[in-house]
Design a protein around this ligand. Sequence first.
Ligand code: SF4
Ligand code: SF4
Length: 173
Amino acid sequence: MHGFTYYSSKLSIEEKIALAEYFYEKHGRDLTADSEINRLLGLYRKEISRSCELMEKFGVVTECAMCATQVPGGGCCGAGIEDWYDEFVLLINLLLGRKIPAERLGKKDCLFLGPTGCQLFARHHFCVNYLCLRITDLLSSAELSDLRAQSGKELFLCWQLERILRTKLKNRE
Ligand code: SF4
Ligand code: SF4
């Protein structure tokens, strides 16, 4: 791709989304046919689903959806956080069959915030890890510890996938 760079902090979020889509169009089929990538994608999908189940069970989903969609600026989902994403986490969303939102709900909102909360499936470690006082007050210490342990499993798989994708794509571009 013309102007391609692996230093994605220099790219705008629109350029990172375009780059992720370019990678997906050009290499998506080969990447998902790779047995190790396919295995990691399957495990990652399961761990994200488990994280969602736990957040649902502990009431975090409802609390965050209310906060993110009713508080101006989206609670902790404010404009600018999308810039912390790189093309690889965005590519992972595409490899998992998820779309990347491209239209911002409100001027003060993160680009990926939708009417019922975050629209991404694979998320940045900040988004997975961050729990404000409202949430930490809501959960028991056992629930908090279960959630933290589950977030760790999810993020470890994301890291493994990012690492392998970076290596594979570096050798192809
Ligand atoms: S973590 Fe806290 S600030 Fe962020 S969306 Fe949830 S309730 Fe709101
Ligand atoms: S990516 Fe999702 S969870 Fe993270 S700040 Fe944006 S809307 Fe919130």
